[in-house]
Design a protein around this ligand. Structure first.
Ligand code: PLP
Length: 456
Protein backbone atom coordinates (compact mmCIF):
# COMPACT_ATOMS: atom_id res chain seq x y z
CA UNK A 1 0.00 0.00 0.00
CA UNK A 2 1.30 3.45 -0.90
CA UNK A 3 2.33 5.82 1.88
CA UNK A 4 0.09 8.87 2.38
CA UNK A 5 2.90 11.32 1.51
CA UNK A 6 3.58 9.43 -1.73
CA UNK A 7 -0.08 9.56 -2.73
CA UNK A 8 -0.22 13.25 -1.86
CA UNK A 9 2.79 13.98 -4.06
CA UNK A 10 1.48 11.97 -7.03
CA UNK A 11 -1.92 13.59 -6.65
CA UNK A 12 -0.54 17.11 -6.77
CA UNK A 13 1.92 16.37 -9.58
CA UNK A 14 -0.37 14.45 -11.92
CA UNK A 15 -4.07 14.71 -11.20
CA UNK A 16 -6.16 17.51 -12.76
CA UNK A 17 -9.26 17.52 -10.56
CA UNK A 18 -12.66 18.84 -11.66
CA UNK A 19 -14.06 21.95 -9.93
CA UNK A 20 -10.81 22.51 -8.05
CA UNK A 21 -8.56 25.56 -7.64
CA UNK A 22 -5.75 24.32 -9.88
CA UNK A 23 -2.89 26.40 -8.50
CA UNK A 24 -3.75 25.89 -4.84
CA UNK A 25 -4.05 22.17 -5.34
CA UNK A 26 -0.81 21.82 -7.25
CA UNK A 27 1.07 23.95 -4.70
CA UNK A 28 -0.32 21.98 -1.79
CA UNK A 29 -2.21 24.98 -0.40
CA UNK A 30 -5.60 23.29 -0.33
CA UNK A 31 -6.59 20.06 1.36
CA UNK A 32 -7.05 16.84 -0.53
CA UNK A 33 -8.85 13.81 0.77
CA UNK A 34 -8.35 10.19 -0.24
CA UNK A 35 -11.56 8.23 0.17
CA UNK A 36 -11.15 4.56 0.94
CA UNK A 37 -14.55 3.13 1.71
CA UNK A 38 -18.20 3.67 2.43
CA UNK A 39 -21.15 2.02 4.07
CA UNK A 40 -24.73 3.28 4.23
CA UNK A 41 -24.59 7.08 4.47
CA UNK A 42 -20.99 7.12 5.73
CA UNK A 43 -17.69 7.36 3.88
CA UNK A 44 -14.21 6.83 5.28
CA UNK A 45 -10.95 8.45 4.30
CA UNK A 46 -7.37 7.29 4.51
CA UNK A 47 -6.77 9.16 7.73
CA UNK A 48 -9.45 7.13 9.47
CA UNK A 49 -12.14 9.83 9.43
CA UNK A 50 -15.70 8.56 9.16
CA UNK A 51 -18.01 11.19 7.70
CA UNK A 52 -21.77 11.28 7.25
CA UNK A 53 -22.12 12.11 3.56
CA UNK A 54 -24.96 14.61 3.56
CA UNK A 55 -24.56 15.13 -0.18
CA UNK A 56 -24.51 11.48 -1.36
CA UNK A 57 -21.32 12.17 -3.32
CA UNK A 58 -22.78 14.63 -5.82
CA UNK A 59 -26.42 13.84 -5.08
CA UNK A 60 -25.96 10.49 -6.74
CA UNK A 61 -25.33 7.64 -4.26
CA UNK A 62 -29.06 7.34 -3.65
CA UNK A 63 -29.07 3.82 -2.20
CA UNK A 64 -26.06 4.56 0.01
CA UNK A 65 -22.56 3.12 -0.08
CA UNK A 66 -21.42 -0.50 0.05
CA UNK A 67 -24.48 -2.24 -1.38
CA UNK A 68 -23.42 -5.82 -1.96
CA UNK A 69 -26.28 -6.53 -4.39
CA UNK A 70 -25.04 -3.92 -6.85
CA UNK A 71 -21.38 -4.89 -6.48
CA UNK A 72 -22.34 -8.53 -7.15
CA UNK A 73 -24.36 -7.58 -10.24
CA UNK A 74 -21.43 -5.57 -11.60
CA UNK A 75 -18.98 -8.41 -10.94
CA UNK A 76 -21.26 -11.01 -12.53
CA UNK A 77 -21.73 -8.84 -15.62
CA UNK A 78 -17.99 -8.17 -15.91
CA UNK A 79 -17.28 -11.89 -15.80
CA UNK A 80 -19.99 -12.84 -18.25
CA UNK A 81 -19.59 -10.00 -20.76
CA UNK A 82 -17.74 -6.85 -19.82
CA UNK A 83 -18.59 -4.98 -22.99
CA UNK A 84 -20.40 -4.99 -26.23
CA UNK A 85 -21.72 -1.93 -28.07
CA UNK A 86 -25.34 -1.00 -28.60
CA UNK A 87 -25.03 0.18 -32.22
CA UNK A 88 -27.19 -1.27 -35.00
CA UNK A 89 -29.65 -2.94 -32.67
CA UNK A 90 -27.21 -4.68 -30.33
CA UNK A 91 -28.00 -5.06 -26.66
CA UNK A 92 -27.52 -7.22 -23.61
CA UNK A 93 -30.01 -8.72 -21.21
CA UNK A 94 -28.99 -6.02 -18.73
CA UNK A 95 -29.44 -3.06 -21.10
CA UNK A 96 -32.78 -4.30 -22.46
CA UNK A 97 -34.06 -5.06 -18.95
CA UNK A 98 -32.94 -1.65 -17.72
CA UNK A 99 -34.66 0.11 -20.63
CA UNK A 100 -37.90 -1.65 -19.64
CA UNK A 101 -37.42 -0.78 -15.95
CA UNK A 102 -36.74 2.87 -16.77
CA UNK A 103 -39.75 3.23 -19.04
CA UNK A 104 -41.98 1.58 -16.42
CA UNK A 105 -40.96 4.39 -14.05
CA UNK A 106 -41.37 7.31 -16.43
CA UNK A 107 -44.62 9.20 -17.21
CA UNK A 108 -47.06 7.34 -19.48
CA UNK A 109 -46.47 9.46 -22.57
CA UNK A 110 -42.74 8.68 -22.74
CA UNK A 111 -41.66 6.13 -25.34
CA UNK A 112 -37.93 5.23 -25.44
CA UNK A 113 -34.67 5.67 -23.57
CA UNK A 114 -31.26 6.33 -25.15
CA UNK A 115 -28.43 5.48 -22.73
CA UNK A 116 -25.36 7.67 -22.26
CA UNK A 117 -22.77 7.97 -19.52
CA UNK A 118 -23.45 11.10 -17.48
CA UNK A 119 -25.86 14.00 -17.21
CA UNK A 120 -23.81 16.30 -19.43
CA UNK A 121 -23.66 13.96 -22.40
CA UNK A 122 -27.35 13.09 -22.00
CA UNK A 123 -28.24 16.77 -22.28
CA UNK A 124 -25.92 17.16 -25.29
CA UNK A 125 -27.87 14.29 -26.87
CA UNK A 126 -31.16 15.97 -25.99
CA UNK A 127 -30.27 19.20 -27.75
CA UNK A 128 -29.12 17.33 -30.85
CA UNK A 129 -32.42 15.43 -30.86
CA UNK A 130 -34.40 18.65 -30.54
CA UNK A 131 -32.54 20.12 -33.52
CA UNK A 132 -33.01 16.93 -35.53
CA UNK A 133 -36.72 16.96 -34.63
CA UNK A 134 -37.22 20.48 -35.94
CA UNK A 135 -35.20 19.81 -39.08
CA UNK A 136 -37.28 16.73 -39.84
CA UNK A 137 -40.42 18.83 -39.28
CA UNK A 138 -39.07 21.36 -41.82
CA UNK A 139 -38.48 24.12 -39.24
CA UNK A 140 -34.75 24.81 -39.61
CA UNK A 141 -35.02 28.21 -37.88
CA UNK A 142 -36.55 26.79 -34.68
CA UNK A 143 -33.32 26.02 -32.83
CA UNK A 144 -32.70 28.26 -29.81
CA UNK A 145 -32.86 26.77 -26.34
CA UNK A 146 -34.08 28.67 -23.29
CA UNK A 147 -32.60 27.76 -19.91
CA UNK A 148 -32.75 29.59 -16.56
CA UNK A 149 -30.15 31.59 -14.70
CA UNK A 150 -28.92 29.33 -11.88
CA UNK A 151 -30.00 26.22 -13.78
CA UNK A 152 -27.40 23.44 -14.00
CA UNK A 153 -27.28 21.11 -16.98
CA UNK A 154 -23.65 20.02 -17.20
CA UNK A 155 -20.33 21.42 -18.30
CA UNK A 156 -19.91 20.43 -21.95
CA UNK A 157 -20.02 22.98 -24.76
CA UNK A 158 -23.79 23.10 -25.12
CA UNK A 159 -24.58 21.96 -21.61
CA UNK A 160 -22.11 24.40 -20.05
CA UNK A 161 -23.92 27.05 -22.09
CA UNK A 162 -27.29 25.90 -20.77
CA UNK A 163 -25.97 26.02 -17.22
CA UNK A 164 -26.86 29.45 -15.91
CA UNK A 165 -23.89 29.92 -13.57
CA UNK A 166 -21.21 32.29 -14.82
CA UNK A 167 -18.12 30.29 -13.66
CA UNK A 168 -19.15 27.72 -16.29
CA UNK A 169 -19.06 30.42 -19.01
CA UNK A 170 -16.27 32.83 -18.12
CA UNK A 171 -13.11 32.39 -20.20
CA UNK A 172 -14.60 29.37 -21.95
CA UNK A 173 -16.23 31.45 -24.72
CA UNK A 174 -19.65 30.28 -23.53
CA UNK A 175 -22.60 30.45 -23.68
CA UNK A 176 -22.99 29.44 -27.33
CA UNK A 177 -25.18 31.81 -29.34
CA UNK A 178 -28.18 29.43 -29.55
CA UNK A 179 -28.71 29.58 -25.78
CA UNK A 180 -30.81 32.13 -23.86
CA UNK A 181 -31.35 32.41 -20.09
CA UNK A 182 -34.53 33.51 -18.41
CA UNK A 183 -35.59 34.31 -14.83
CA UNK A 184 -34.51 32.10 -11.89
CA UNK A 185 -37.62 30.75 -10.15
CA UNK A 186 -36.40 31.73 -6.69
CA UNK A 187 -39.16 33.38 -4.68
CA UNK A 188 -36.66 34.15 -1.93
CA UNK A 189 -34.65 36.20 -4.45
CA UNK A 190 -37.67 37.85 -6.11
CA UNK A 191 -36.97 41.25 -7.64
CA UNK A 192 -39.41 43.03 -5.33
CA UNK A 193 -39.98 41.84 -1.76
CA UNK A 194 -43.62 43.01 -1.91
CA UNK A 195 -44.42 40.53 -4.68
CA UNK A 196 -46.74 37.69 -3.64
CA UNK A 197 -45.77 34.16 -4.67
CA UNK A 198 -48.54 34.20 -7.30
CA UNK A 199 -47.33 37.55 -8.62
CA UNK A 200 -43.79 36.20 -8.84
CA UNK A 201 -44.99 33.21 -10.88
CA UNK A 202 -46.77 35.61 -13.25
CA UNK A 203 -43.57 37.65 -13.43
CA UNK A 204 -41.52 34.54 -14.43
CA UNK A 205 -44.09 33.53 -17.07
CA UNK A 206 -44.25 37.12 -18.39
CA UNK A 207 -40.45 37.30 -18.66
CA UNK A 208 -40.48 34.07 -20.65
CA UNK A 209 -43.24 35.43 -22.91
CA UNK A 210 -41.23 38.63 -23.44
CA UNK A 211 -38.13 36.66 -24.42
CA UNK A 212 -40.11 34.50 -26.85
CA UNK A 213 -41.75 37.58 -28.37
CA UNK A 214 -38.39 39.35 -28.74
CA UNK A 215 -36.69 36.36 -30.37
CA UNK A 216 -39.70 35.05 -32.33
CA UNK A 217 -41.40 31.79 -31.32
CA UNK A 218 -40.39 30.27 -34.65
CA UNK A 219 -36.73 30.50 -33.53
CA UNK A 220 -37.18 28.80 -30.13
CA UNK A 221 -36.96 25.01 -30.06
CA UNK A 222 -36.98 24.06 -26.39
CA UNK A 223 -36.97 25.10 -22.77
CA UNK A 224 -34.80 23.12 -20.35
CA UNK A 225 -35.23 23.15 -16.59
CA UNK A 226 -34.66 21.06 -13.50
CA UNK A 227 -38.05 20.42 -11.88
CA UNK A 228 -36.41 21.85 -8.74
CA UNK A 229 -33.19 23.86 -9.05
CA UNK A 230 -30.26 21.86 -7.67
CA UNK A 231 -26.72 23.14 -8.08
CA UNK A 232 -28.03 26.71 -8.45
CA UNK A 233 -28.91 26.61 -4.75
CA UNK A 234 -31.55 23.91 -4.07
CA UNK A 235 -34.62 26.03 -4.73
CA UNK A 236 -38.13 24.54 -4.92
CA UNK A 237 -40.21 26.34 -7.55
CA UNK A 238 -42.90 28.73 -6.34
CA UNK A 239 -46.40 27.20 -6.27
CA UNK A 240 -47.93 27.15 -9.74
CA UNK A 241 -44.65 27.90 -11.52
CA UNK A 242 -44.56 24.83 -13.75
CA UNK A 243 -48.22 25.16 -14.77
CA UNK A 244 -47.59 28.73 -15.84
CA UNK A 245 -44.38 27.88 -17.73
CA UNK A 246 -45.88 24.82 -19.40
CA UNK A 247 -48.81 26.93 -20.65
CA UNK A 248 -46.42 29.42 -22.30
CA UNK A 249 -44.39 26.63 -23.91
CA UNK A 250 -47.49 24.83 -25.22
CA UNK A 251 -48.83 28.07 -26.68
CA UNK A 252 -45.64 28.57 -28.73
CA UNK A 253 -44.98 24.92 -29.63
CA UNK A 254 -41.75 24.86 -27.64
CA UNK A 255 -40.52 21.49 -26.35
CA UNK A 256 -39.92 20.98 -22.64
CA UNK A 257 -36.81 19.11 -21.48
CA UNK A 258 -37.09 18.16 -17.81
CA UNK A 259 -33.57 17.70 -16.50
CA UNK A 260 -34.17 15.03 -13.85
CA UNK A 261 -30.52 14.14 -13.30
CA UNK A 262 -30.99 14.98 -9.61
CA UNK A 263 -34.75 14.51 -9.17
CA UNK A 264 -35.18 11.25 -11.12
CA UNK A 265 -35.74 7.99 -9.23
CA UNK A 266 -37.03 9.30 -5.97
CA UNK A 267 -35.15 12.29 -4.58
CA UNK A 268 -38.32 14.38 -4.17
CA UNK A 269 -40.26 11.47 -2.68
CA UNK A 270 -41.82 10.71 -6.06
CA UNK A 271 -40.37 8.63 -8.89
CA UNK A 272 -39.85 11.74 -11.03
CA UNK A 273 -39.86 15.47 -10.46
CA UNK A 274 -42.16 15.69 -13.47
CA UNK A 275 -44.78 13.63 -11.63
CA UNK A 276 -44.10 15.67 -8.48
CA UNK A 277 -44.91 19.01 -10.11
CA UNK A 278 -47.29 17.79 -12.83
CA UNK A 279 -45.02 18.56 -15.81
CA UNK A 280 -45.55 17.03 -19.23
CA UNK A 281 -42.03 16.99 -20.65
CA UNK A 282 -41.11 16.00 -24.20
CA UNK A 283 -37.69 14.74 -23.10
CA UNK A 284 -36.44 13.75 -19.64
CA UNK A 285 -32.76 13.60 -18.67
CA UNK A 286 -31.80 10.91 -16.16
CA UNK A 287 -28.43 9.96 -14.64
CA UNK A 288 -27.19 9.87 -11.01
CA UNK A 289 -30.02 7.89 -9.31
CA UNK A 290 -30.24 5.52 -12.29
CA UNK A 291 -27.27 3.54 -10.96
CA UNK A 292 -26.72 5.40 -7.66
CA UNK A 293 -23.30 6.11 -9.24
CA UNK A 294 -22.11 2.51 -8.82
CA UNK A 295 -21.22 2.84 -12.51
CA UNK A 296 -21.57 5.77 -14.94
CA UNK A 297 -24.85 5.71 -16.86
CA UNK A 298 -27.38 8.29 -18.01
CA UNK A 299 -30.41 8.40 -20.23
CA UNK A 300 -32.39 10.59 -22.58
CA UNK A 301 -36.02 9.59 -22.26
CA UNK A 302 -38.03 10.55 -25.34
CA UNK A 303 -41.77 11.14 -25.51
CA UNK A 304 -43.91 9.41 -28.08
CA UNK A 305 -44.48 12.77 -29.81
CA UNK A 306 -40.73 13.27 -30.36
CA UNK A 307 -40.11 9.59 -31.10
CA UNK A 308 -42.62 9.54 -33.97
CA UNK A 309 -40.71 12.37 -35.66
CA UNK A 310 -37.39 10.61 -35.03
CA UNK A 311 -38.76 7.50 -36.74
CA UNK A 312 -39.81 9.63 -39.72
CA UNK A 313 -36.26 11.02 -39.75
CA UNK A 314 -34.73 7.56 -39.94
CA UNK A 315 -37.16 6.52 -42.66
CA UNK A 316 -36.02 9.54 -44.67
CA UNK A 317 -32.32 9.71 -43.76
CA UNK A 318 -31.28 6.25 -42.59
CA UNK A 319 -29.84 5.31 -39.18
CA UNK A 320 -29.39 8.21 -36.79
CA UNK A 321 -25.85 9.64 -36.81
CA UNK A 322 -25.47 9.67 -33.06
CA UNK A 323 -23.92 7.23 -30.61
CA UNK A 324 -21.21 6.74 -27.98
CA UNK A 325 -18.92 3.72 -27.75
CA UNK A 326 -20.13 3.24 -24.18
CA UNK A 327 -23.88 3.84 -24.74
CA UNK A 328 -25.77 1.28 -22.64
CA UNK A 329 -22.51 -0.16 -21.29
CA UNK A 330 -23.38 -3.61 -19.89
CA UNK A 331 -21.69 -2.95 -16.54
CA UNK A 332 -23.57 0.32 -16.08
CA UNK A 333 -26.79 -1.40 -17.16
CA UNK A 334 -26.26 -4.26 -14.69
CA UNK A 335 -25.64 -1.70 -11.94
CA UNK A 336 -28.82 0.12 -12.98
CA UNK A 337 -30.98 -3.00 -12.86
CA UNK A 338 -29.70 -3.96 -9.39
CA UNK A 339 -29.97 -0.37 -8.18
CA UNK A 340 -33.57 0.23 -9.28
CA UNK A 341 -34.56 -3.09 -7.78
CA UNK A 342 -32.98 -2.05 -4.49
CA UNK A 343 -34.74 1.31 -4.58
CA UNK A 344 -38.05 -0.61 -4.81
CA UNK A 345 -37.17 -3.32 -2.29
CA UNK A 346 -36.07 -0.80 0.35
CA UNK A 347 -38.94 1.61 -0.32
CA UNK A 348 -36.48 4.44 -0.87
CA UNK A 349 -38.79 6.71 -2.84
CA UNK A 350 -41.18 6.75 0.07
CA UNK A 351 -38.34 7.12 2.56
CA UNK A 352 -37.03 10.14 0.63
CA UNK A 353 -40.46 11.73 1.06
CA UNK A 354 -40.95 11.01 4.75
CA UNK A 355 -37.41 11.35 6.11
CA UNK A 356 -36.77 14.24 3.70
CA UNK A 357 -39.79 16.09 5.13
CA UNK A 358 -38.49 15.35 8.64
CA UNK A 359 -35.02 16.68 7.75
CA UNK A 360 -36.46 19.89 6.27
CA UNK A 361 -38.78 20.46 9.21
CA UNK A 362 -36.05 19.85 11.80
CA UNK A 363 -33.64 22.09 9.92
CA UNK A 364 -36.18 24.92 9.91
CA UNK A 365 -36.87 24.49 13.63
CA UNK A 366 -33.15 24.45 14.43
CA UNK A 367 -31.74 27.33 12.40
CA UNK A 368 -34.40 29.47 10.67
CA UNK A 369 -34.51 32.00 13.54
CA UNK A 370 -30.79 32.72 13.42
CA UNK A 371 -30.18 36.35 12.32
CA UNK A 372 -27.76 35.25 9.58
CA UNK A 373 -30.08 32.61 8.13
CA UNK A 374 -32.20 34.13 5.37
CA UNK A 375 -33.94 31.02 4.14
CA UNK A 376 -34.28 27.32 4.94
CA UNK A 377 -35.87 25.41 2.10
CA UNK A 378 -36.12 22.09 0.38
CA UNK A 379 -38.33 19.24 -0.59
CA UNK A 380 -37.84 15.49 -0.34
CA UNK A 381 -34.21 14.63 0.26
CA UNK A 382 -32.95 18.09 -0.70
CA UNK A 383 -32.43 20.81 1.87
CA UNK A 384 -30.60 24.14 1.85
CA UNK A 385 -29.78 26.96 4.25
CA UNK A 386 -29.07 30.37 2.70
CA UNK A 387 -27.04 32.90 4.69
CA UNK A 388 -27.54 36.66 4.44
CA UNK A 389 -25.65 39.67 5.70
CA UNK A 390 -28.92 41.36 6.58
CA UNK A 391 -32.08 39.37 7.17
CA UNK A 392 -34.66 42.07 6.48
CA UNK A 393 -33.21 43.21 3.13
CA UNK A 394 -31.81 39.76 2.20
CA UNK A 395 -28.50 41.45 1.47
CA UNK A 396 -25.82 39.11 0.12
CA UNK A 397 -22.50 38.79 1.90
CA UNK A 398 -19.50 40.15 0.05
CA UNK A 399 -18.36 37.01 -1.87
CA UNK A 400 -14.76 37.61 -0.73
CA UNK A 401 -15.86 36.64 2.81
CA UNK A 402 -16.58 33.10 1.56
CA UNK A 403 -19.29 32.52 4.14
CA UNK A 404 -20.74 29.44 2.39
CA UNK A 405 -17.40 27.60 2.31
CA UNK A 406 -16.73 28.62 5.95
CA UNK A 407 -20.01 27.09 7.10
CA UNK A 408 -19.48 23.89 5.11
CA UNK A 409 -15.96 23.58 6.58
CA UNK A 410 -17.46 23.98 10.06
CA UNK A 411 -20.08 21.31 9.28
CA UNK A 412 -17.27 19.00 8.19
CA UNK A 413 -15.56 19.48 11.55
CA UNK A 414 -18.75 18.01 13.02
CA UNK A 415 -18.25 14.89 10.89
CA UNK A 416 -20.90 15.76 8.30
CA UNK A 417 -20.46 16.61 4.62
CA UNK A 418 -22.61 19.47 3.34
CA UNK A 419 -21.93 21.35 0.12
CA UNK A 420 -21.17 25.04 -0.26
CA UNK A 421 -23.30 25.59 -3.36
CA UNK A 422 -21.39 27.38 -6.13
CA UNK A 423 -23.45 30.56 -6.15
CA UNK A 424 -24.36 32.61 -3.07
CA UNK A 425 -23.76 31.57 0.50
CA UNK A 426 -25.84 28.44 0.50
CA UNK A 427 -25.21 25.22 2.40
CA UNK A 428 -26.82 22.29 0.63
CA UNK A 429 -27.73 18.77 1.66
CA UNK A 430 -28.81 15.93 -0.63
CA UNK A 431 -28.25 12.78 1.44
CA UNK A 432 -28.69 9.21 0.27
CA UNK A 433 -32.37 8.32 0.08
CA UNK A 434 -31.86 5.66 2.76
CA UNK A 435 -31.19 8.32 5.42
CA UNK A 436 -32.77 7.55 8.81
CA UNK A 437 -34.31 10.09 11.19
CA UNK A 438 -31.33 9.69 13.56
CA UNK A 439 -28.96 10.48 10.70
CA UNK A 440 -31.13 13.46 9.72
CA UNK A 441 -30.81 14.68 13.33
CA UNK A 442 -27.02 14.48 13.00
CA UNK A 443 -27.09 16.66 9.90
CA UNK A 444 -29.27 19.23 11.66
CA UNK A 445 -27.16 19.20 14.85
CA UNK A 446 -23.96 19.64 12.81
CA UNK A 447 -25.49 22.56 10.90
CA UNK A 448 -26.59 24.29 14.09
CA UNK A 449 -23.16 23.83 15.66
CA UNK A 450 -21.43 25.08 12.49
CA UNK A 451 -23.60 28.20 12.37
CA UNK A 452 -22.76 28.92 15.99
CA UNK A 453 -19.06 28.45 15.24
CA UNK A 454 -19.06 30.76 12.21
CA UNK A 455 -21.45 33.51 13.36
CA UNK A 456 -21.56 33.06 17.12
N1 PLP B 1 -28.07 18.06 -14.96
C1 PLP B 1 -28.21 18.26 -13.65
C2 PLP B 1 -29.53 18.73 -13.13
C3 PLP B 1 -27.15 18.04 -12.78
O1 PLP B 1 -27.30 18.27 -11.47
C4 PLP B 1 -25.94 17.57 -13.31
C5 PLP B 1 -24.79 17.30 -12.42
O2 PLP B 1 -24.80 17.62 -11.25
C6 PLP B 1 -25.82 17.39 -14.68
C7 PLP B 1 -26.92 17.63 -15.49
C8 PLP B 1 -24.54 16.96 -15.29
O3 PLP B 1 -24.30 15.64 -15.00
P1 PLP B 1 -22.81 15.04 -15.09
O4 PLP B 1 -22.01 15.75 -14.05
O5 PLP B 1 -23.04 13.59 -14.84
O6 PLP B 1 -22.32 15.30 -16.46
Amino acid sequence: MLRNDQLDQWDRENFFHPSTHMGQHERGESANRVITGGSGVYIEDRNGNRLLDGFAGLYCVNVGYGRQEIADAIAAQAKELSYYHAYVGHGTEASITLAKMVMDRMPEHMSKVYFGLGGSDANETNIKLVWYYNNILGRPEKKKIISRWRGYHGSGLMTGSLTGLTPFHNKFDLPLSQVLHTETPSYFRRPDLDMSEADFVTHCADKLEEMIAAEGADTIAAFIGEPMLGTGGIVPPPAGYWNAIQAVLDKHDILLIADEVVTGFGRLGTMTGSAHYGLKPDIITIAKGLTSAYAPLSGSVISDKVWQVMVKGSDEMGPIGHGWTYSAHPIGAAAGVANLKLVDDLGLVENAGTVGAYLNEKMKDAVADHPQVGDVRGEGMLCAVEFVDDKASRKFYDPSRKIGPAVSAAVLKQGVIGRAMPQGDILGFAPPLCLTREEADKIVDATRAAITEVFG
